[in-house]
Design a protein around this ligand. Structure first.
Ligand code: GTP
Ligand code: MG
Length: 171
């Protein structure tokens, strides 16, 4: 069965680890643990095909050399920002720039994910801004919450991971 390597990037605290744990366990973990990187294996049935994933949960604090190494490793990427943290949204474009540099001349399979959509009262990034950025980067866009699958656009966290697998397999 096909194997894909996925890496999750984004500023520290946007919820990368919470999203990965949510995807793998359908649970939410409240305690904040500024993670070191970790990798997980997961299998899912996507469009009647079993896909084996290796998922790298990167640390928001990593330096550019570590980032480049992880970008070289990955087949596809989830770029995460926090809808309540404008700065985390502004970090996305430079991340995409680095990805393009590292992967050039290859097309880079991507998904843009606005997390913490349950915190509507603290929103600093409009849904339309996320949509526009995703259109600029020619990638799929989801708003979701690592705490609740009912929140946001699209079918929750799993949908974002599955769409990324599809995007990788299309190329
Ligand atoms: P680093 O590993 O340091 O780069 O951070 P991270 O991106 O992995 O963030 P992490 O998953 O550790 O989450 C940071 C904090 O945000 C934790 O306190 C989480 O409980 C919280 N959090 C994560 N996702 C959500 C979400 O969707 N909604 C809410 N309300 N809180 C969230
Ligand atoms: Mg983490």
């Amino acid at each position: 069965s096909p194997e894909v390597k996925l890496a999750v990037f984004g500023r520290a605290g946007v919820g990368k680890s919470a999203l990965v744990v949510r995807f793998l366990t359908k649970r939410f973990i409240w305690e904040y643990d500024p993670t070191l990187e970790s990798t997980y294996r997961h299998q899912a049935n996507i469009d009647d095909e079993t896909v084996s994933m290796e998922i790298l949960d990167t640390a928001g604090q990593e330096d550019v050399l570590q980032k480049e190494g992880h970008m070289r490793w990955g087949d596809g990427f989830i770029l995460v920002y926090d809808i309540t943290d404008r700065g985390s949204f502004e970090d996305v474009v430079p991340l995409k720039g680095l990805l393009d540099e590292v992967k050039r001349p290859k097309h880079v399979p991507l998904v843009l994910l606005g997390n913490k959509a349950d915190l509507e009262h603290g929103r600093q990034v409009a849904t339309e801004e996320g949509e526009r950025l995703a259109a600029d980067m020619a990638c799929a866009f989801y708003e979701c919450s690592a705490c609740a699958d009912q929140v946001g656009t699209g079918g929750g966290v799993a949908e974002a991971f599955h769409e990324l697998c599809r995007e990788i397999r299309r190329r």
